[in-house]
Structure formats: structure tokens, C-alpha cells
Design a binder for this molecule. Structure first.
Ligand code: GDP
Length: 459
């Protein structure tokens, strides 16, 4: 248990209607009671709220009222930190906040370190490490999808699953260790077939989690989506149409979009980072050539390519060549036939015979833009683990999952070759170690310090 009582502002700095100051630790209630005029907090039950005033120099002739406040009282162990905690809701003026914190410090609290409330929640067993890390993600989440992922994780997410599998594996590890104690005697306490089955089960859980990492990152950071096509295909017009604002320069002169322009578009809670490019025209103009170079780089980095073409302008062979390149890159792409308003039915049919899945739109006339948006989200979602499934977004978790996976593969291989128990035990221990690192059953102080230092003070 921590002996210090800590305090910090839990709401953002600056002027607002209400600010919340958090206090947590063994002396919380006694300290707050000393500066609070209202009911005697020491006699109040947990999960109660009390109106009163915070005062400086209580009982002295120059006693002053700092603010009228609401004090929410939580008694150990039923608080976020599992310690006695109080939240003081005061008026959000910098002066009041500073003054209240100063008085709290004078009465024996100390200022909390970044993430210290959540760290205490972890150390006191309220959250496991993966959940604590998800608290940081939850606070930072800025789209529906990233919020959903973080909240799933805070509420248990894959930690619970990992912890259960780890338990089962520990059982086998101890059986094998027991065999080792018997030394020369040829005994097998750990049934090898059962072990193999358990590992298969664990791998079935690990693999989707590992694969979800890419998707998780997409949710967290957005889907980098690059719009490519020949000059004048209508890329800037489409970008403007999607974003409903005049961001890119639209012009009739080929090759005017020289810079890479990036913007964000939210469709059904998914964030698309749209990147307009200088087009793919081979060029002698050096400024434009830099743009083309950058376009190629953007394609490499993108998670999705929107290829925009004007069927009345482009050669079929040129487009085939382009499609082959996209296929080779492995990045999902969408062929979008623009200027539907002026393309003849014959032209359309001709392209449809040669290319599958063309989506016809008119960026200028606003035709089929909703279909395009629906197709964008569909493309993301079909690569996505089904909704409600767990998604790994944290690089640290991902790395430990990978290492567990590898160690378990080694165990399977060992079983195939009937290797001795001590080698099996070694790989199993390795797997247990990495699973434990995820949920925090095994941690080092450095790791903890690193994780919680990323929080802000008051969290
Ligand atoms: P970019 O070079 O690919 O960025 O192309 P722009 O967006 O600058 O468009 C080139 C020209 O095509 C402009 O004159 C646009 O108004 C025109 N344009 C774009 N979309 C359409 C469309 O759907 N129909 C028609 N008729 N013209 C379009």
C-alpha cells in the first residue's frame, strides 16, 4: 500500500464551469475534512456527495472561503485507486484550483506524478496493465471506433482471456517441472497430447490478436488513403467533394496539384486520412517531378488506394499497367471512373468488360458519392476483425504476443521431436513470461515507470 496521499487537478487546465481535484491515499478524508466546512466527512459513508465550502485558515480569525464545492467521497477499497479517495468539484478558475491544491499540500498531501492514480489502481489490483494502458488510449480516443476499442480493453478486453490461458499453461509448466524433479525416472505427469491441445487453443486466440494489430492501428491512427490518377482525372474535385471544403486547388491546367495534401474524413466512425497527390504523370518539370516522387512514396505507405480515372481520356492499356502495379503492391485499391456525367454508355461498357468492380461517380456533379463512401468503409470493415472482437492496438502487447506465439511454436516442434521435458519447460516458461508481461503479472519497475509517465497528471 502507498503511504502518501496524493492530489492533482483531474480536469483540463483553463477556465471552465467546473474543475475536479482528485485526492487519494490513506489520509485523504482527514486532510479534506480539515479544509471543508459542511458535514464531518470522516463520519460519511462511501459513494456520497456533500455540499460545503473549502476554507483557508479554518478556525483562525482570518478564515476565508475559497469556494463552494461538492465533495464526492469514496472509501477503500471501492474507489478507482482502491484507496480512500475524494473528488472535489469546484469552480474552474485557475486561482481557485491553485489555492485549493496549495491548501491540500499544506495539510499533508503531495502532488501526484503523471498517471499515478491509474498506477495505484494497477498496483492495488483494480486494473491489469493492459487495462491501465487502455485508460490512456480511452482518454486520447477521438473517433467512435478508437473509443470502442479502448473501452472494450478497459473493461477487460483480451486481458481476461490471456490471463485464463496463462493459468492453464502454468498448470502444464508445473507438471513438467515436477517431471524434472524426478530426474532419471521415466515419468510423464504432463500428458503430451493434452499439452498439444492446449497450445493449439492458445494459438487460436493469439493469432487473431496478432493479426488484429494492423487493424487496431488503423482504428487508432486512421486509414491512410491515397488518391491517385492522371492529371485532370478530378482528384482535387473529389477530395473537395468528400471534405466539403475548398482545400485542394482545382484547375483546368494539368499538373497543378503539386503538393501532397492530407485531410481527415470520418465515415461511420472510421477515420480516413485522405491524401491527394501530384498525379502519376512522368514529367520533365522538376517541381512537378518532386511531386510525382512523393506520390510513389505515398502509395507505398498507404493502406488503401483510390484510383481515379477519366474514361474519355485514359488508354485502356495504361490503366491495365496501373492496375498491375497496384496488385503487386498488395495494397487494396478501388477503381473509380469519374465524370460519369459525360461518359458515354459505350465507353462505360467497354471499361466494365476489361476491369472488375469499377465504381462510377461524378465528383463535380455529386453522383454516387454516397456509394463511394459506403465502399470505403466496407473495404476497411471486411479486413477488420468482426465488430465486438478484441483488437490489439498497443505495440508492447503486440510484441509480447508475437514472442509467445513463437515460443509456443517451439514447444509444438519440440513435441513433434519428442524432446526432453527440460527443453519444453524452457519454452513454456518463455511463453508464460511474455503473456505475463501483457497483463502485468510480470513487470519491471522500468516498464511501469515508462508506461505511467505517458499519462498526464491527475489521471
Ligand atoms: P486533378 O488534376 O486530378 O486534381 O483534377 P481536378 O480536380 O483539378 O479536375 C480537373 C478538371 O476536371 C476540372 O475542370 C474539374 O472541374 C473537372 N472535373 C472533375 N470532376 C468532374 C466530373 O465529375 N465531371 C466533369 N464533367 N468534370 C469534372
Amino acid at each position: 500500500m502507498n503511504q502518501d496521499t496524493i492530489c492533482a487537478l483531474a480536469t483540463p487546465q483553463g477556465i471552465g464551469a467546473i474543475a475536479v481535484i482528485r485526492v487519494s491515499g490513506p489520509d485523504t478524508i482527514q486532510i479534506v475534512n480539515k479544509i471543508f466546512r459542511g458535514k464531518n466527512l470522516e463520519k460519511q459513508a462511501s459513494h456520497t456527495i456533500h455540499f460545503g465550502t473549502i476554507r483557508d485558515k479554518i478556525g483562525q480569525p482570518d478564515e476565508v472561503v475559497i469556494d463552494e464545492v461538492l465533495v464526492s467521497l469514496f472509501r477503500a477499497p471501492t474507489s478507482y485507486t482502491k484507496e480512500d479517495s475524494v473528488e472535489i468539484s469546484c469552480h474552474a478558475s485557475d486561482y481557485i484550483i491553485r489555492k485549493i491544491i496549495k491548501i491540500l499540500l499544506r495539510e499533508g498531501a503531495r502532488l501526484a506524478h503523471p498517471g499515478e492514480f491509474t498506477q495505484r489502481a494497477f498496483l492495488n489490483g483494480q486494473l491489469d496493465l493492459a487495462q491501465a494502458e487502455a485508460v490512456a488510449d480511452l482518454i486520447a480516443s477521438d473517433s467512435e471506433a478508437s473509443h470502442q476499442t479502448a473501452i472494450n480493453q478497459v473493461r477487460g478486453g483480451f486481458s481476461k482471456q490471456i490471463a485464463q490461458l496463462r493459468e492453464a499453461l502454468i498448470h502444464f509448466a508445473s507438471m513438467i517441472e515436477l517431471e524434472l524433479d524426478f530426474g532419471e525416472e521415466d515419468v510423464e505427469f504432463a500428458d503430451r497430447d493434452d499439452l498439444r491441445q492446449l497450445i493449439d487453443r492458445i494459438q487460436k486466440v493469439l493469432v487473431p490478436l496478432i493479426e488484429s494489430f494492423e487493424m487496431g492501428n488503423v482504428i487508432k491512427n486512421g486509414v491512410p488513403t491515397v488518391i491517385v490518377g492522371k492529371p485532370n482525372a478530378g482528384k482535387s474535385t473529389l477530395l473537395n467533394r468528400l471534405l466539403n471544403e475548398e482545400k485542394a486547388i482545382v484547375s483546368d491546367i494539368a499538373g497543378t496539384t503539386r503538393d501532397v495534401i492530407e485531410d481527415e474524413l470520418f465515415i461511420e466512425g472510421i477515420r480516413f486520412r485522405l491524401i491527394d497527390t501530384a498525379g502519376l504523370r512522368k514529367t520533365a518539370d522538376t517541381i512537378e517531378a518532386i511531386g510525382v516522387e512523393r506520390t510513389l512514396q505515398q502509395i507505398e505507405k498507404a493502406s488503401m488506394i483510390l484510383y481515379l480515372f477519366d474514361a474519355s481520356e485514359i488508354e485502356m492499356s495504361q490503366m491495365k499497367e496501373q492496375e498491375t502495379e497496384f496488385m503487386a503492391s498488395g495494397t487494396p485499391y478501388l477503381l473509380i471512373g469519374n465524370k460519369l456525367d459525360k461518359i458515354s454508355i459505350e465507353k462505360k461498357a467497354e471499361f466494365e468488360q476489361n476491369f472488375a468492380g469499377i465504381l462510377w461517380i461524378s465528383a463535380l456533379e455529386d453522383l454516387n458519392i454516397q456509394d463511394l463512401k459506403a465502399e470505403l468503409t466496407r473495404k476497411v470493415k471486411t479486413r477488420e476483425v468482426k465488430s465486438g472482437d478484441t483488437v490489439v492496438t498497443n505495440l508492447r502487447h503486440y510484441q509480447h504476443l508475437l514472442q509467445t506465439h513463437e515460443a509456443l511454436n517451439n514447444v509444438l516442434e519440440g513435441l513433434d521431436h519428442s524432446i526432453t521435458g527440460d527443453f519444453l519447460a524452457q519454452d513454456i516458461r518463455f511463453a508464460l513470461h511474455h503473456l505475463g508481461e501483457i497483463t502485468g503479472q510480470i513487470t519491471t519497475d522500468d516498464l511501469l515507470a515508462n508506461i505511467f509517465s505517458k499519462f498526464c497528471i491527475g489521471k
